[in-house]
Design a protein around this ligand. Structure first.
Ligand SMILES: [Zn+2]
Length: 884
């Protein structure tokens, strides 16, 4: 039974995925349909793009995929006749959340359009974008050569350019789809074929709007098609008569028929899992652990889909420890069983350290309309939270009894892993450091994950032909197992490879994902192997021969170990390569108010496709663009000629975690915030907050990661004033609107809004941002050989000012009667004046310096109490950067 159900779901998904593909060909301006577009053809297909879908699908689909039926299901969505036509039509309408408006004749095909940035329809932070901006029409071939000019949303192109790009996209997509057909010419595996086609659609239609006449052109053909595919797959065995189905497809917005189950997954224990390890592990330990969580999230989502006989198109989103997928309305009971099995698999490997909360929310047909999908999303979030609050309550009493048995930890040092601190029988001496003992799991995160990732070019997923039998109870274990064993229980083998040579033949189907463009070009699909590109921020600093000769001796003196060429740079070396003071920088950053965007940002416009488009757009920044920025920075030498000073531990979903030479980490954070605004179509309400901490080489990194997390929280809690940092009298009335939250950075223990921190260097000397003030102070110290007394003066005054501010805040006297923050006057004002006047005299003969000092004096005099906030930070920053 299961095989039939699976096959039907796959074919319907294929039809859904292809249903609008004729639009791409139509917009090249050269439709070349197989039939004359006359009254009879109109009668048959309703729309020219549907006829073209019929042609294209017929040409692309290999015979084994039930070509003749599927091309027909895909093409009849405007003229449905049989049951499958109505299913695809219904899926199309639920996916787009559109009422049955008559689409204007093929959207005026001779005026092809670009994709409007989804951020242009998001209402966030009470704000909208100033002007509509459009994505460039291009393949999703992001690599380190990408520039903002080629990638970020911009004004619409002229018609000729647009049509040319459509032609280019169509030619590439068509060629690859035909190659894919050839690979499956002698039969093959339907799931492999579908997954490969999905990757092709992503690559070539992510920037193609799905519709633009009546609707906003803000949803890509990729997002609309994959959600239509997902819905078609789950609608397949809807228990409705043909008559009922027809009525439902006619007016789904008025029907309360249950049509789908929105399933969410949320991994908990993530923070502790990554951050409570000690620093006895290798540099790659954190990276390995965080990547494992990424793999586990996706593997769990794929496991659920496989158990439910649903295709990969039904994975709406997976990343950052969360996933969302679409299942059948009737899958609730099965899902409960699968939840139990997943809990046992995870418990048996992680002994409760990790827990996957899974919940399903039934969706009725009308939930897909009038923005109701947003509140459903919110409701699912609440359900997941409730599940998390009762971890393992899905397990039977016999299992629960075992969970609460006391664990036999006897404080046996021989058995204790130096990295995770747990006791296991298999703990053994580390090969490289006899003082360190490691369990199998910790060793595997470093050696089988973190290390191979440093040079990885391919991510290979092998699917067991049969899913293994799930465990029938939870077990406590005295031994730990490699991360591979966990995935094996989910029916998966994941390989991380630099080359594909020597990879054994798969037993079942295989998916090979290239991690860069060059590697993608080496891949060819076969009947059992799907190929595609995976965006992954994989930025790892490696020890070079030059590093060895420059730093090797000093490194050995400090650590007693030698540098290994080609290995991941140890943290000690990264901190030695910092500018000024030797410190490691730890950065954490995420998008502010993300939950609110999804819950409210789309308002009545919220549809399943739009929600999918929004999560795709946000993750493209963190999985793609952040990697481009970090890669570029790593290729730039610093003033001592060192390369590769950044290490990406994690970047995806809506957040990131980097370590590196501290000065470089600050620059990266600034660039990430700077580029987010143009990427998000200049939306003023879409922003990030960041926390950066500096640590010495001996400080445990996991602890530093928590410190950085707290710094990020501090940045988010901070409130500041919008136009000036202290509102003028006439602005008091508006002050509530002017008061802003978040969009800040916490650095060197001080929180500043990004606009005061500074995102770009000004051409002229300026003290309006910390970044500009830093440039001025550093230049003064390094190029003009000024004495450090100016820095010391600024630091001392800043300190006195901050102390006085805090004392006043503690006494509750920092706000006036009108709740406005009050400027604080004190000796620092005249002390600063006095010191600067003295210094200016010293530079009597250096007119440039004298002029700059005069500018500083004047600006500080105007509003010392404002500017000292960031000039004080700049002084501290300059002091650290120039310390010998
Ligand atoms: Zn361990």
């Amino acid at each position: 039974m299961s095989d039939d159900r699976r096959e039907r779901a796959l074919k319907l998904a294929l039809a859904g995925l292809l249903h609008d593909v004729g639009k791409v060909k139509l917009r090249t301006g050269e439709p070349g349909a197989s039939r004359t577009w006359d009254d009879e053809a109109k009668q048959d297909y309703g729309r020219l793009h549907a006829l073209l879908t019929y042609d294209v699908a017929g040409n692309w689909l290999p015979p084994f995929a039930d070509r003749d039926a599927v091309k027909n299901w895909a093409a009849q969505h405007h003229r449905p006749i049989n049951r499958e036509h109505y299913l695809v039509r219904l899926a199309d309408r639920l996916s787009s959340g559109e009422r049955d408006k008559l689409e204007k004749e093929d959207e005026v095909a001779n005026q092809p359009k670009q994709l409007l940035s989804i951020f242009c329809v998001v209402h966030a932070d009470n704000q909208n974008v100033p002007d509509p901006l459009y994505w460039p029409l291009r393949p999703l071939d992001l690599d380190e050569n990408a520039t903002a000019d080629n990638w970020f949303p911009a004004k619409e192109w002229d018609k000729d350019n647009v049509q040319r790009r459509y032609k280019d996209l169509w030619e590439k997509l068509n060629k690859q789809a035909l190659d894919l057909r050839e690979a499956h010419a002698k039969g093959g595996d339907l799931e492999t074929y579908l997954e490969n086609l999905l990757y092709l659609m992503q690559r070539y239609t992510w920037s193609v709007p799905s519709a633009y006449y009546y609707s906003l052109p803000d949803i890509s053909l990729y997002d609309h098609s994959r959600m239509t595919a997902a819905l078609a797959a789950v609608l397949g065995d809807l228990a409705l008569s043909d008559e009922e189905l027809r009525a439902l497809a006619q007016a789904p917005q008025d029907s309360n028929a249950p049509v789908a189950l929105l399933v969410g997954g949320d991994l908990s224990g993530v923070q502790d899992f990554i951050y409570t390890i000690t620093d006895r592990g290798a540099t790659s330990a954190l990276r390995g652990r965080s990547f494992y969580l990424q793999l586990l999230t996706e593997a769990a989502a794929r496991y659920i889909l496989r158990r439910l006989d649903l295709p990969i198109t039904n994975l709406i989103y997976a990343g950052g420890g969360n996933f969302y997928l679409l299942a059948r309305a009737t899958d609730t009971e099965d899902l409960n069983r699968i939840r139990q099995d997943l809990s046992r698999i995870l418990y048996n490997h992680h002994q409760g350290d990790l827990y996957l909360a899974v919940a399903g929310l039934p969706l009725k047909a009308w939930d897909f309309f009038a923005g109701r999908i947003s509140s459903k999303w919110q409701e699912l979030g609440e359900l997941l939270q409730a599940v998390k609050n009762q971890r393992f309550s899905e397990l039977p009493a016999s299992d629960l009894a075992r969970l609460f048995e006391p664990q036999g930890h006897g404080g046996n040092e021989e058995k204790q892993c130096s990295v995770c601190g747990r006791e296991y029988d298999d703990v053994h001496q580390d090969k490289n450091n006899p003082e360190v003992r490691k369990c199998n799991a910790c060793e595997s995160f470093e050696e089988e994950l973190g290390d191979p990732l440093r040079k990885a070019r391919y991510l290979v997923w092998d699917f067991e032909p049969q899913l293994p039998t799930p465990p029938n109870e939870v077990t406590s274990s005295n031994t730990s197992s490699s991360w591979k064993a966990v995935l094996k229980n989910l029916g998966l083998h994941v390989h991380i490879e630099e080359t594909l040579e020597g990879l054994h033949e798969p037993k079942g189907r295989r998916l090979i994902l290239a991690l860069d463009e060059k590697s993608l070009n080496t891949l060819k699909p076969t009947a059992q192997i799907a190929v595609g590109r995976r965006l992954l921020v994989n930025v790892t600093p490696l020890v070079t021969a030059e590093d060895k000769s420059k730093y090797g001796e000093e490194y050995r003196r400090r650590t007693g170990q030698s540098l290994k060429e080609g290995a991941v740079k140890p943290f000690e070396l990264l901190s030695m390569q910092a500018k000024g003071i030797e410190r490691l920088g730890v950065l954490r950053m995420d998008v502010d108010n993300l939950g609110q965007f999804f819950a409210q940002g789309l308002g009545e416009k919220a549809t399943l496709s739009r929600v999918a488009a929004l999560s795709f757009a946000i993750s493209l920044y963190f999985e793609g663009w952040v990697g481009v920025l970090a890669q570029k920075r790593n290729r730039q030498k610093n003033d001592r000629g060192d390369l590769d000073r950044l290490y990406a531990i994690y970047s995806g979903g809506d957040d990131l975690f980097f370590v590196g030479a501290w000065d470089e980490v600050v620059e990266l954070a600034r660039e990430i915030r700077r580029d987010l605004t143009p990427y998000a179509a200049k939306h003023p309400g879409i922003h990030t907050s960041a926390g950066i901490v500096l640590i010495g080489g001996k400080y445990p990194l996991a602890q530093a990661a928590q410190d950085a997390g707290r710094a990020e929280e501090a940045a988010k809690r901070h409130k500041w004033w919008d136009n000036t940092d202290y509102p003028q009298e006439e602005e008091v009335k508006e002050k509530e609107e002017k008061k802003k939250e978040k969009d800040s950075i916490c650095f060197l223990g001080r929180v500043l809004p990004w606009r005061r921190f500074g995102l770009e260097k000004s051409a002229e000397v300026s003290f309006e941002t910390a970044y500009d003030a830093l440039a001025f102070l550093e230049d003064l110290l390094e190029k003009q050989n000024a004495s450090r007394s100016l820095i010391r003066t600024l630091l001392r005054l800043d300190e006195r000012y901050q102390e006085a501010m805090q004392a006043r805040r503690r006494a509750g006297r920092d706000l006036g009667a009108d709740q406005r923050p009050q400027p604080l006057w004190g000796p620092w004002n005249w002390l600063f004046e006095y010191q600067l006047a003295r210094m200016q005299k010293m530079y009597e003969k250096q007119s440039e310096t004298k002029k700059s000092l005069e500018a500083l004096r004047k600006q500080m005099k105007e509003a010392f109490h404002q500017r000292i906030e960031w000039v004080g930070l700049a002084a501290r920053w300059a002091e650290l950067r120039t310390r010998k």
